[in-house]
Write a protein that binds this ligand. Structure first.
Ligand code: PFF
Length: 456
């Protein structure tokens, strides 16, 4: 990053922004969460609704969120403060900060598993699994161990804290420039191997041949929540990253790149995993353990599987780290900018607070497995509340703010900067975007949310 005229740091280039934002977007959401949700929600029907949500709501809201940050050059709460006097809007930034904190607490539990799997891979443990059932029982054994879960959670939070404290740009940005392409190549190899397994076509059919009768409001809510989660939307992470963006950059084009990379990686992960699930006659709907039971099986079936498995879990851990860093960064930026805390204090206090909140999530797979809120364990509840409720609610208010409240003349002026030729060539784009933000996104989000809690 380089300082701009006002002294605030800026990304070195448009590609710098795209890579950092894609680093936040691409993570466990694509490789762990997307496949298991697709498996639980009927496969292709879920995927089509998901893509529809990305195109219709996700991209316009992403553009709106980044625009707020780029215009105000502040953290989520500070940005709303500098664009609008009402405390109501400042609290919208606040909801984002809370959502980010809750996501951090359960996300690091799963990120801890991937960290633990680096060790399993190095030990050669993953190569013993010729069938998902054997891989599953090993994974279940690990999950049943409370020390394994809490220990890895703690390790992952400390790693995240260290990076947010010591240098996001030099460490994570540089690291992700190497690891993200590596993750992509490894996933492509896994996908090709999956596709060449006997019986793989059943997996493709499951992924791409929709049974529309499977679509329920629950499926639509899960798909929309996943679109927000995967694009890191609705909680100010993209807003904060946008605050380091130059007004010379083409914001809509950059946002479309981020969304496209994010969706592409999710689909490739989906193909890699479901071809194995069906080629080995497994059930797709096993939930969060899905990748840990399928991927080890593919590693046994490719030459050099030992090295691939190590590299894969390292790359996945780093992809998760670029996301957890963006989550902790939002809370940190808020307390540094708005409350005058030192960066060190904010990182230490909220890192440990996230750890405390994460412990019951880590224990949801063992000691607290029977401690339930309705059907939900503590982990499920954190995931549901933050991803399926808080993120869409954040997205709703971002749409309303940019569509109705900010003043569309100002919005037009801001969004055009760096994208003049795009809007001169296609003037309808602006009206289309405004229409989506004013009507389509808020109405759809509200309808889906209300029906999910049984009100309509
Ligand atoms: N988008 C990340 C993923 O798909 O793994 C998760 C995430 C990161 C969500 C940052 C929200 C966020 F602010």
């Amino acid at each position: 990053m380089i300082p701009n005229n006002s002294g605030r740091e800026q990304w070195g280039s448009r590609v710098g922004f795209i890579l950092a934002a894609a680093g936040s977007a691409v993570g466990l959401g694509n490789i762990w969460r997307f496949p298991y949700l697709a498996g639980e929600n009927g496969g292709a029907a879920f995927i089509f609704v998901y893509i529809f949500c990305v195109l219709l709501i996700g991209i316009p809201v992403l553009i709106a969120e980044v625009l707020i940050g780029r215009s105000a050059h502040k953290n989520p709460v500070g940005s709303f403060k500098s664009l609008h006097p009402s405390p109501f809007w400042h609290s919208v930034g606040g909801i984002g900060v809370i959502a980010g904190f809750v996501i951090l607490s359960f996300y690091t539990v799963v990120a801890g598993w991937t960290l633990g799997y680096i060790y399993e891979a190095i030990n050669g443990n993953l190569l013993q699994y010729s069938l998902p059932d054997i891989a599953q029982s090993h994974f279940s054994e690990l999950l049943a161990n409370a020390y394994w879960n809490v220990g890895l959670l703690t390790a992952f939070i400390l790693l995240t804290m260290g990076i947010v404290y010591f240098g996001v740009q030099k460490g994570i940005e540089r690291g992700s420039k190497i690891m993200m392409p590596m993750l992509f190549i490894l996933l492509l190899i896994l996908m090709i191997r999956g596709l060449t397994l006997e019986g793989a076509s059943k997996g493709l059919e499951y992924l791409f041949n929709p049974d529309w009768s499977k679509i329920t409001t629950g499926v639509v809510l899960a798909a929309m929540g996943q679109a927000f989660f995967s694009m890191s939307l609705g909680m100010g992470a993209m807003l904060t990253y946008g605050s380091y963006m130059s007004k010379k950059d083409n914001l809509p084009a950059a946002s479309i790149w981020i969304a496209a990379l994010d969706a592409l990686i999710a689909i490739i992960a989906g193909i890699s995993i479901f071809t194995v699930v069906f080629a080995t006659g497994q059930n797709p709907d096993v939930g969060p353990s899905l990748i840990f039971r399928t991927l080890p099986v593919v590693f046994t079936k490719i030459p050099g599987g030992f090295y691939f498995s190590i590299l894969f879990f390292i790359a996945l851990t780093l992809a998760a780290l670029t996301s957890t860093v963006s989550l902790l960064e939002v809370v940190t930026a808020y307390f540094v900018d708005e409350k005058g805390w030192s960066r060190r204090k904010a990182v230490v206090v909220f890192g440990f607070a996230a750890l405390l909140l994460g412990v019951p999530s880590a224990l949801s797979f063992n000691l607290l497995a029977d401690f339930k809120f309705g059907e939900f364990t503590f982990f499920d509840l954190s995931e549901f509340l933050s991803s399926n409720l808080l993120l869409p609610i954040g997205g709703f208010f971002i749409s309303i703010f940019v569509g109705w409240v900010w003043g569309f003349d100002k919005v037009r002026n801001e969004i055009r900067q760096g994208a003049e030729s795009l809007f001169d060539k296609h003037p309808w784009l602006l009206n289309y975007w405004k229409f989506i933000l004013r009507f389509v996104a808020p109405v759809l989000i509200i309808v889906i949310l209300l029906s999910s809690i049984g009100i309509i």
